[in-house]
Ligand binder design. Structure first.
Ligand code: SF4
Length: 237
């Protein structure tokens, strides 16, 4: 199998957002992305200028590293990026499952490799207007369908909301996929992120709660990005 492009592996730490928020996990961050969001907080895993910092690793090498961090115990592995859906991850999932690990993956829903159905948890996070990215609902549908094909992963949708337009976007996505658990994450401005500005994050979440309550959007789960509250933009936690 071809090697996997890795930006960083670290943990255990907690998953900071979405359906698995608060769960202890080891992060495997892949290198490379097919989007370029205006507020991306992991540009070091996106921009080609950081390529020299990325490493090609085999699935077995990645498992070895995960188990160094998990002290040999089975753990939830969170595969993130960049866009991890660009990488050949079948073998990693096979080897990892055989060792008792479980795999969660977050992707923006632009690519739909077949192995998505082998995950335990799939979070699809389409990017809202504030990202500057164009949204392709059919690509998102293909991604959801690829996850559903094996019937294996628990699928959820998550949208980061910075402003009114993002909120309306999130509503529209939810209406397209009403049966899938839906998470709203309060977007954190880069300035607030750098300082871990709790007050700004709290104002954002209150605004979002009010809006969803006013709209009777009772299906949405609203969460802050816990890792930003705790650590701002620090890496490796
Ligand atoms: S999809 Fe994610 S990793 Fe890629 S540019 Fe956007 S925020 Fe960054």
């Amino acid at each position: 199998m071809p090697d996997i492009l890795i930006s960083e592996i670290f943990g255990p730490t907690i998953q900071g957002e979405g359906a698995l928020a608060g769960r202890l996990t080891v992060f495997v961050r892949t290198g490379g992305c097919d989007s370029l969001c205006q507020w991306c907080d992991t540009l070091y895993a996106v921009l080609p200028k950081f390529k020299s910092e990325w490493t090609k690793m085999s699935a077995a090498q990645i498992i070895e590293k995960i188990e160094e961090y998990s002290q040999g115990k089975p753990i939830l592995v969170t595969v993130s990026g960049g866009n991890p859906a660009l990488q050949p991850l079948e073998e990693l999932l096979e080897l990892g499952h055989a060792r008792g690990h479980r795999f969660a993956l977050e992707t923006q829903g632009t690519k739909a490799p077949q192995w998505l159905s082998q995950l335990d948890f799939l979070t699809i996070s389409p990017k809202p207007p504030s990202s500057g990215m164009k949204f392709d609902v059919e690509a998102l549908r293909r991604c959801v369908e690829a996850g559903e094909r094996g019937g294996h992963p628990q699928i959820s949708l998550k949208v980061v909301v910075f402003d009114e337009a993002d909120y309306e976007f999130a509503r529209a996505v939810w209406r397209e996929f009403p049966g899938i658990p839906f998470y709203l994450s309060v977007g954190t401005q880069p300035s607030a992120r750098a300082e871990g500005d709790g007050a700004q994050i709290m104002r954002g979440i209150e605004w979002l709660i009010e809006k969803a309550a006013r709209d009777g959007w009772n299906e949405a789960v609203i969460l802050p990005q816990i890792h930003v509250l705790l650590w701002g933009q620090k890496r490796g936690v």
